[in-house]
Ligand binder design. Structure first.
Ligand code: HEM
Length: 457
């Protein structure tokens, strides 16, 4: 229910006493997950704090998440965080808003249709097969691998091939550290006291500029190659973007918009799934009973052959493992919006212009909705248990009209890759290697995840 702007009966939610928000910023910079857990524990479901005098409202209850993302989504727009994210992604589907977003979303939606996605399965498995071949040497020598880099590489190759028909394997090694670095710069900026304009040649600005230029170099090359080829032969996302015409003017998409959409899908479409898979390996290594049950399902259904799209419905436990992994360690761990008009949530007033923040990391371990929230229990995603749960107790892909466009793509990819790798190898953590969560835009392992491969008999 929207509140009357002059409704003075509504109170301000509780929160830390921190005049300019400097202490909160400091705690946020050090460890945002700890800070959010602490705010929730101390102040409850709705917490108010300030960041440099700007009000921020932090929500954990699924009712409130559903209100913001779905029931009253028209009142919530992309805010300051997304404006800063534009420096990395440009104005593609993730950061765009309003009519321009709707137009682009409608245009791109058919490329992500469930039936089309199923057609990508073969490429996903081919790329996995290539990686399995590359894993033979480290498997026999016992040399540890950074599973996070490995997953980045395979998912980057997949998104390049299926969305843009481009081979990008030679770019993977170059792009990976840049994506990490660019995310660090974007996050540093979120808590910076002054948003230094990009043209001022400070080291941080220079680093983000270099990263973006390198990413753009790859993207521009993909677009140029397609323009020179016989584009009518292709029917992937890039073909759709190139053929699109404005219904009123008949004009094609301009070069900047095209580049921003390609850059967005390229980045949003690989790094998230790679993190989901990396965390899945990490959690499986610590939960041998679940890993054993997964392998039993794979052996029973696949009997040693590589999986196909047709096998996926026969692999329910594989899916539950991915879902449970994204519950505990969600690749996108927080979302934010900005209120357009005053609103009322949970009896509190949310003023126009206020930032609202939700965190999957917190809601996914909310004790009212999850038993033993810190334990890895894939069975909680059985259809019966999932159906009985609040719709917004679990939202790894967001919700409402801005639900992740790539969610079916990501789930198919994660299940196929996990099935193919897990039936061949058991992955063990290297004991002395520290695994530390780094909550940037995505939740990443700060020093990678070093693991050894044990071929299955
Ligand atoms: C496990 C993997 C993934 C996770 C956890 C994930 C998560 C998310 C989330 C939470 C959002 C909503 C952001 C918001 O509401 O502010 C989102 C949006 C988006 N995602 Fe994903 N994503 C994944 C994979 C992918 C893939 C594979 C693609 C493309 C191939 C993709 C493309 C996008 C795009 C374009 C948007 C913006 C949609 C819009 O606002 O219209 N994502 N994703």
């Amino acid at each position: 229910m929207a509140a009357n702007a002059t409704d003075s009966r509504l109170r301000k939610p509780p929160g830390p006493r921190d005049f300019l928000g400097l202490r909160t910023i400091d705690a946020m910079k050090r460890n945002p997950l700890e800070l959010m857990l602490d705010l929730h524990k101390t102040h409850g479901e709705i917490v108010h704090h300030t960041l440099l005098n700007a009000p921020v409202y932090f929500f954990t209850h699924p009712d409130h998440v559903g209100h913001i993302l779905q029931d009253n989504h028209r009142n919530y727009q992309r805010g300051r965080d997304y404006r800063r994210l534009r420096r990395l992604l440009g104005n593609g589907l993730v950061t765009n808003d309003g009519d321009s977003w709707l137009k682009q979303r409608r245009l791109m939606q058919p490329a992500f249709h469930r039936r089309r996605i199923a057609g990508f399965g073969e490429t996903m498995v081919q790329e996995t097969q290539k990686m399995l071949a590359q894993w033979e040497a480290p498997a026999s020598s016992g040399k540890p691998l950074d599973v996070s880099s490995e997953m980045m590489r395979v998912t980057l190759n997949i998104v390049g091939r299926v969305m843009f028909g481009a081979a990008v394997q030679d770019d993977a090694a170059r792009l990976e550290p840049l994506v990490t670095m660019a995310q660090r710069e974007v996050r540093n900026r979120l808590y910076a006291l002054v948003d230094v304009p990009e043209w001022i040649p400070l080291p941080g600005n220079r680093r983000s500029k270099n990263a973006r230029e390198t990413i753009d170099e790859v993207v521009t090359r993909i677009i140029a190659a397609r323009r020179q080829s016989d584009a009518s032969q292709e029917d992937d996302l890039l073909a759709m973007l190139l053929e699109a015409r404005d219904p009123e003017t008949g004009e094609p998409m301009d070069d900047d918009q095209l580049r921003d959409e390609v850059r967005t899908i390229f980045l949003a479409g690989h790094e998230t799934t790679a993190n989901a898979l990396t965390w899945t390996w990490y959690l499986l290594a610590q939960n041998p009973a679940a890993a054993e049950k997964l392998r039993a399902e794979l052996d029973w259904v696949l009997d040693g052959r590589l999986p196909t799209v047709a096998d996926v419905p026969q692999l329910p436990y594989t899916k539950m493992v991915v879902e449970e992994s994204m519950r505990l360690l969600p690749p996108v761990w927080s979302l934010s919006r900005e209120a357009i008009a005053d609103d009322e949530i949970g009896g509190y007033r949310i003023p126009a212009g206020g930032s609202v923040v939700m965190s999957q990391y917190l809601t996914h371990r909310h004790p009212d909705f999850w038993d033993e929230p810190e334990s890895f229990i894939p069975e909680r995603f059985s259809p019966e248990q999932a159906k009985a749960r609040h719709r917004f107790a679990y939202f790894p892909f967001g919700g409402g009209p801005r639900l992740c466009i790539g969610n079916n793509f990501a789930m198919l990819e994660a299940q196929l890759l996990l099935a193919a790798f897990a039936q061949r190898y058991e992955l063990d953590l290297v004991p002395e290697h520290p695994v530390e969560l780094e909550p940037l835009i995505t939740l990443r392992p700060k020093h990678g995840v070093m693991m050894t491969l044990r071929p299955r008999a």
